[in-house]
Design a protein. Structure first.
Length: 86
């Protein structure tokens, strides 16, 4: 894997990101990596596993995302309702 160094980060931004990471129960590195992964997924075409519906992909992504702790307790049905906007 490659490492990234971000220079000249203003103190107020770094503090805010550290607080968000702590609130999500993650290290700063894990939190920022999650942000980068989310951004990369939005920018790239979505690749589905064979036979997977977009709803199943959504549920899989939410369950594996440390940046969405509010969905960790939700059932598949609840997540699908969220997807449908119900």
């Amino acid at each position: 894997m490659t490492s990234i160094t971000i220079r000249d980060v203003p103190d107020d931004i770094l503090t805010s990101v550290k607080v968000h990471a702590a609130q999500a129960g993650q290290s700063l590195q894990a939190y920022v990596l999650g942000l980068l992964a989310d951004d990369a997924e939005k920018a790239a075409p979505l690749i589905r596993q064979e036979g997977e519906t977009s709803g199943q992909k959504f549920v899989r992504r939410l369950r594996g995302s440390g940046t969405e702790p509010t969905t960790a307790h939700m059932s598949t049905d609840e997540l699908m309702e969220m997807l449908r906007g119900e």
